[in-house]
Design a protein. Sequence first.
Length: 251
Amino acid sequence: MRKPIIAGNWKMNNNVAATKALVADLAPLVKDATCDVVICTPYTSLAAAVEATKGTNIKVGAENVHWAEKGAFTGEISADMLVELGVEYVIVGHSERRQYFGETDATVNARTKAALAKGLKVILCVGETLEEREAGITAEVVRRQTKVGFAGIPASELDNVVIAYEPVWAIGTGKTATAQEANDTIKVIRDCMAELYCDKCAEERVRIQYGGSMNAKNAEELMAQPQIDGGLIGGASLKAVDFSIVVAAGK
Ligand code: 13P
């Protein structure tokens, strides 16, 4: 019913040469994937990634996008600029952007709207910090991030937004949420989407990924959970074989 989607988030890794090499290794390994396969690369590698993935089933995404069409925003990139390159997806609201670059729920919402307006598909990230989890407010946090993130976005766009649930304490730490924990919090997010839109929309059209130390070893167990529709993969997406094993679990 909901087609799984496995996306790599390369973060600040892989220059143009490394991008060409990694795509060349990856493409034959994932060519028979039954899920959607996406690689999100640094801005400087996007053109090379689009070129290298031509004729393959791998889609290319950026890791951020600005909300304005153009103007005095030094260092930022607009949705039009990404579309011009042939980019199809963009990650918005990654916890590293929220933690280190002042991203807020409101800017996540603005970026998401701008990206959708130009026909990009969005991977909208939510997730609680360790302090929030320990304070017992995980559900409140992800519900707030979801509600504000989707404010003003019509149901007609639901096929174009994937939610990535990434508990901040599980990112790059080697600590994965247990499959049960991930499934439970994703259910909270899906219920929130049902409230915002409708039960059927949330059940049939909203894809929710898990992210945070997902890798070749634990992907199968995570993907077996009924609520988990895919993964947003950091470290393990930098190695073709590891990423292809995660992709193979995405069924
Ligand atoms: P890791 O898979 O390296 O923990 O990163 C997860 C992530 O942040 C993906 O966006």
